[in-house]
Design a protein around this ligand. Structure first.
Ligand SMILES: [Zn+2]
Length: 86
């Protein structure tokens, strides 16, 4: 990945960002997909993530037509508001 001279500012809060490797998550319909090892700019203040254009393009390609390296089972819980203890 080509590193720009300066990390971009956070698009959410304007804070500074640092380069980190993250796991990208996206839900498409009923399917929840994970992409591991994604280089991202993570905001120092609010943890918001941004991607380089070519990284975002590969994320899109993988979600669209990539072949998963493995599949994990994800437990799903439903929150019930009436069960909240006040
Ligand atoms: Zn931020």
């Amino acid at each position: 990945m080509n590193q720009p001279k300066h990390n971009p500012k956070c698009s959410t809060c304007g804070g500074s960002t640092h380069v980190s490797t993250i796991t990208y998550e996206q839900t498409i319909g009923n399917e929840h997909v994970l992409i591991t090892g994604v280089p991202a700019y993570v905001c120092d203040q609010c943890d918001s993530r941004q991607f380089d254009f070519n990284v975002a393009a590969q994320l899109e390609r993988l979600v669209d037509s990539g072949t998963p390296v493995r599949t994990v089972e994800t437990p799903v819980y439903e929150f019930s508001p009436e069960a909240v203890i006040t």
